[in-house]
Design a protein around this ligand. Structure first.
Ligand SMILES: Nc1ncnc2c1ncn2[C@@H]1O[C@H](COP(=O)(O)OP(=O)(O)OP(=O)(O)O)[C@@H](O)[C@H]1O
Ligand SMILES: [Mg+2]
Length: 361
């Protein structure tokens, strides 16, 4: 069943187009994550779905009902914000029940809903505390609890973990995944965080300046980005995007030339003609220190090394193209600055046409 449909959704602030036509269907029980750079319109989309912001054009359906012009309180949606926005003078129990009391829900029903949320989020020992007496993670759990007690048909999360420190973020991420499994609810979740996006999402929606760049499972998006934008947005460290020109084709291969004159053969694509300008994508983790058959040799100047123990990041310059990033498994001692040659298996390269769209190989 379709839980949420966005059809031709647009938003302009003072005439400036911010959301430029979004079409999306979210199935009941799905966990959909919305990612995109700061200012691309993620919160605006969520706020329009919640009814906190009027749409400029298009329609929103929740569980098959057109709610485009329905007041926020009647949409059956609960939103959790980055700032927990708890009432400081109310204890946890009162914070959890406040919304329901306002809606004049019967007292025993409120008690049952609060008990249910407190049990799921392990808040029972904290029910009599004030927000000031809670840790950041506990406060965020209360904010999520306030959404749960309303038993919404759709949960909206706007970067709910971004105020937490790294350890707590990981724990809360796991708790959210578990919460989704237990409730089986439909969730739409906005984040900047690559790991949250990759691990929480059934499907990822990548937004680029108010438009959808790509929708797919995290792995589809990672392994087959539809365009240069998505390739550059998903993946950390960032993918290397090298401009190139097709100089010849023969058999199943084509010969590419990078600025500076370096030439290499890679599998040919039917869609690319000789003379075409293309962009070659090379994920940092596909870079090797040893040459192998079918490998492309890239001369670099290494400018910075980050050794994390389990992996080593190299940041360098590939003249005349520019910055280059590599991620190596394990520990490698690399002096800085240093000239070195790294290798890439041409079968792992991604290819994009002059229009920035992925070219099937
Ligand atoms: N009330 C408003 N009036 C005018 N412009 C607004 C308003 N709210 C948002 N904007 C603009 O709309 C654009 C999208 O904002 P939005 O908050 O949706 O971005 P976002 O993707 O959530 O960014 P972030 O990741 O930084 O939270 C921004 O350029 C923002 O300045
Ligand atoms: Mg935002």
């Amino acid at each position: 069943m379709t839980a949420l449909t966005l059809a031709g959704l647009t938003k302009a602030y003072d005439g400036a187009a911010t959301i430029r036509g979004i079409d999306l269907e979210v199935q009941a029980g799905e966990f959909v994550v919305l990612v995109g750079s700061s200012g691309c319109g993620k919160s605006t989309v969520l706020r329009m779905i919640a009814g906190l912001e009027a749409v400029t054009g298009g329609a929103i359906h929740i569980d098959g009902r057109d709610v485009t012009h329905v007041p926020a309180a009647d949409r059956g949606v609960a939103m959790v914000f980055q700032s927990y926005a708890l009432y400081p003078h109310m204890n946890v129990r009162e914070n959890l029940s406040f919304g329901l009391r306002n809606m004049r829900v019967p007292r025993d029903r409120i008690a049952a809903q609060v008990a249910h949320a407190a049990a799921i989020l392990e808040l029972e020992p904290l029910l009599d505390r004030l927000p000031a007496q809670l840790s950041g993670g506990q406060r965020q759990r209360v904010a999520i609890g306030r959404a749960i007690v309303r038993d919404p048909s759709l949960f909206l999360f706007d970067e709910p973990l971004s105020n937490l420190d790294a350890d707590l973020r990981v724990r809360m991420r796991h708790e959210l995944a578990r919460l989704h499994q237990r409730l089986g609810s439909t969730m739409l979740y906005v984040t900047h965080d690559q790991v949250e996006a990759m691990t929480l999402a059934d499907r990822l929606v990548v937004l680029d300046q108010g438009r959808i760049s790509q929708v797919g499972t995290p792995l589809e998006i990672y392994t087959r980005p539809a365009n240069v934008f998505t390739a550059g947005f998903i993946g950390s460290p960032r993918i290397n995007l090298l401009p190139a020109k097709v100089v010849a084709r023969q058999g199943g291969e084509m010969l590419l030339e990078l600025p500076g004159g370096l030439r290499f053969a890679m599998p040919a694509s039917e869609a690319i003609a000789v003379g075409a300008a293309v962009t070659v994508g090379l994920r940092p983790e596909h870079v090797r220190l040893e040459a192998a058959p079918k490998s492309l040799a890239l001369p670099l100047t290494i400018q910075a090394v980050e050794a994390l123990g389990h992996s080593t990041f190299l940041y360098g310059e590939m003249a005349p193209i520019g910055e280059f990033r590599a991620k190596l498994d394990g520990h490698h001692s690399v002096p800085v600055p240093a000239a070195m040659t790294v290798y890439a298996d041409v079968r792992q390269l991604l290819l994009f046409g002059a229009d920035g769209e992925a070219v099937p190989l």
